[in-house]
Write a protein that binds this ligand. Structure first.
Ligand code: SF4
Length: 210
């Protein structure tokens, strides 16, 4: 059973036994996950994040949830990894973090000024062929924030896949404040709501070569 296709949601109702094909038939994954959640390195982090969910449920914007989580975890220095296209948003978050007593460090995606040619991209693969374009360098963003010894990192608008590399190389835990979606005002869920209609439906088919 694919959980995304399930209509029964026994798990949500607290029915542990599941049903034929439900992953809960085999308790191993869940027992193992519980052991990991209770490990010292995860337990406080997990309880604090669950507490934030309850404290601000439906009222706090995500930026505030992140800041309160950092406060409750007693983090002092927060890293911001941001896209050049969202530098205004990064500046706002940086400012409000500082106003509420945090130290900050930040790393823009274009740090290092490495050209797309230097990593083997052709002119045709650029956003604007013929122009001098710099790469996004999510690994440099992670290494810089590691060097700054941040306690927790926040991603703002990193590209698909660049975000994955940032998560991979960041030593501090990471959360995402803004998920980039240039077409939909950085509100990617709108792409799901519109997936069966008009222009967006056609765009899915065209881009997937169908
Ligand atoms: S765990 Fe079982 S009950 Fe829960 S969503 Fe998946 S298939 Fe459905």
């Amino acid at each position: 059973m694919n959980c995304a296709e399930c209509q029964l949601l026994f798990c949500y109702q607290g029915i542990k036994d599941g049903f034929p094909g439900c992953p809960m038939e085999d308790r191993r994954f869940f027992d193992e996950s519980l052991e990991l959640l209770l490990k010292e390195e995860n337990h406080r982090f997990f309880l604090t994040s669950s507490g934030i969910e309850a404290k601000g449920y439906g009222r706090w914007p995500r930026a505030l949830e992140i800041m309160r989580f950092c406060k409750d975890m007693e983090y002092e220095k927060i890293g911001i990894a941001f896209c050049v296209g969202l530098r205004k948003e990064a500046a706002i978050f940086n400012r409000i973090l500082k106003e509420h007593g945090f130290l900050t460090a930040s790393a823009i995606c274009k740090g290092g000024a490495i050209s797309k040619e230097e990593v083997g991209m052709s002119d045709e693969e650029k956003v604007r062929p013929g122009k001098n374009e710099m790469i996004c360098n999510p690994i440099a963003q992670a290494l810089r924030l590691n060097h700054e010894r941040t306690d927790f990192n926040v991603a703002i608008g990193l590209c698909v896949g660049h975000d994955s590399l940032f998560y991979k190389y960041s030593e501090a835990p990471v959360t995402t404040l803004v998920t980039k979606d240039r077409r939909l005002g950085h509100n990617p869920v709108a792409g799901l709501y519109l997936a069966d209609s008009g222009y967006i439906k056609d765009a899915f088919s065209e881009a997937m070569g169908e």
